[in-house]
Design a protein around this ligand. Structure first.
Ligand SMILES: Nc1ncnc2c1ncn2[C@@H]1O[C@H](COP(=O)(O)OP(=O)(O)OP(=O)(O)O)[C@@H](O)[C@H]1O
Length: 285
C-alpha cells in the first residue's frame, strides 16, 4: 500500500518522533513523508498526490493540517485520510471519537473501516468541523498572537478576551428562505457536535447528514457554559438558538473576527456557507 504521511512539526507544540517511530514499526513497506512548512503547503501536497499513486494519506497534526490536506485534494479524486491526532485541540478527531493513544489511533489509521463526512464551504474555503464569527474567533486571534500554544495558551487568553470583546453583534442571516435579524456574541457554523476544546454545543449535529447547524450564542451565561461539558444538556433558548440548513448567508454591518477549524482567518462582514456532502473520507473505529 502506498502511503503519504503529512506531518506538521509545530502542531500542538509536541514532538512527533514517537508517532513516526511507531509508524515505522507498523508499516514495513515504507511511506513517503511530507513535513509542512506553513508556506505553500497545499500546492506542495497537491503536487505529491498527482505525481504518485498513494492509496491513503496519514495526517499527524491538528484540524488545520487535516484541512490543508483536504484542500489539496479538492480538485482530484479524494484519498482516504488516517488521522493521527497531534494538534492542540484535535477537534475533528474528538468528534469522530478517535482515541488519543498513538498505538490505538495508528491501528485505526492503518485499518480499513472508513466513513465519508460532510464539509462546509465557507467563502470558498473548506471547514471540516466548526467555524465562528465573534467571541471564539476573537479568542483564537489573541491566542495566535500570544506566546503559548496548546490548551494552556487558550486558557490564558480567555479572561482578557472576555473583558475586551467587541460583541454583541447584529447579524442578518439569509437562511431557509427567510431573512432573520439576530443579536449575539457569537455565531457558529457547525458540522460537528463540539468545539475543539470539547465543549458540546451541538449535541444533535452529525457529520454525515448533509446539513450544518447555525448556532447563535446570544449572551455569556456561566451556567449555560458549564452545561457544554455535559453530553445530554439542553440549553436555554435565551442562550443558544440552533438553525439547521444547507446554505446560509450571514451579514454584519460591523466587521467581525472569523475563524475556521480553530485557525484565525480575518475580520469580515459577509460569510456564505454551503454544505458539501460527503466531501472527505476518514478512517474511524
Ligand atoms: N513548519 C511550520 N511552521 C509554522 N507553521 C506551520 C508549519 N507547518 C504548518 N504550519 C501551520 O500550522 C497550522 C495548522 O496547525 P494545526 O491546526 O494542525 O495545529 P494546532 O493549531 O496545534 O492544532 P488544533 O487545530 O487541533 O488546535 C496551519 O496554519 C499551517 O499553515
Amino acid at each position: 500500500m502506498k502511503i503519504l504521511l503529512v506531518i506538521n512539526p509545530i502542531s500542538g507544540d509536541s514532538d512527533k518522533g514517537p508517532i513516526l517511530n511507531l509508524l515505522r514499526e507498523n508499516i514495513t513497506t515504507g511511506f513517503e513523508i511530507f513535513k509542512t512548512t506553513g508556506e505553500g503547503d497545499i500546492k506542495k501536497i497537491q503536487n505529491l498526490i498527482t505525481s504518485n499513486e498513494f492509496e491513503r494519506i496519514l495526517v499527524a497534526g491538528g484540524d488545520g493540517t487535516i484541512k490543508l490536506v483536504a484542500e489539496a485534494m479538492k480538485k482530484q479524486e479524494s484519498l482516504p485520510i488516517g488521522i493521527l491526532p497531534a494538534g492542540s485541540a484535535n477537534g475533528l478527531a474528538n468528534d469522530l471519537d478517535l482515541p488519543l493513544e498513538p498505538e490505538e489511533f495508528i491501528k485505526i489509521a492503518l485499518g480499513d473501516h472508513k466513513k465519508s463526512i460532510d464539509a462546509i464551504k465557507i467563502n470558498g474555503e473548506l471547514c471540516l468541523h466548526i467555524s465562528d464569527l465573534g467571541l471564539n474567533a476573537e479568542l483564537i486571534r489573541e491566542y495566535e498572537q500570544g506566546s503559548f500554544r496548546g490548551k494552556f495558551g487558550y486558557a490564558i487568553q480567555t479572561i482578557p478576551t472576555l473583558f475586551s470583546t467587541e460583541g454583541p453583534y447584529d447579524f442578518t442571516i439569509e437562511v431557509n428562505g427567510e431573512t432573520l435579524n439576530k443579536k449575539g456574541i457569537m455565531l457558529a457554523i457547525a458540522n460537528s457536535k463540539k468545539f475543539g476544546t470539547g465543549a458540546i454545543v451541538n449535541a444533535d449535529g452529525k457529520m454525515d447528514d448533509g446539513i450544518f447547524e447555525l448556532l447563535l450564542f446570544k449572551k455569556l451565561d456561566v451556567i449555560e457554559v458549564f452545561k457544554t461539558f455535559n453530553k445530554g444538556a439542553k440549553f436555554s433558548p435565551e442562550f443558544l438558538e440552533v438553525i439547521p440548513s444547507k446554505k446560509a448567508i450571514i451579514k454584519s454591518k460591523k466587521k467581525i473576527d472569523f475563524q475556521i477549524d480553530g485557525e484565525y482567518c480575518k475580520t469580515l462582514s459577509e460569510v456564505e456557507a454551503i454544505i458539501e456532502p460527503q466531501a472527505l473520507t476518514v478512517f474511524v473505529r
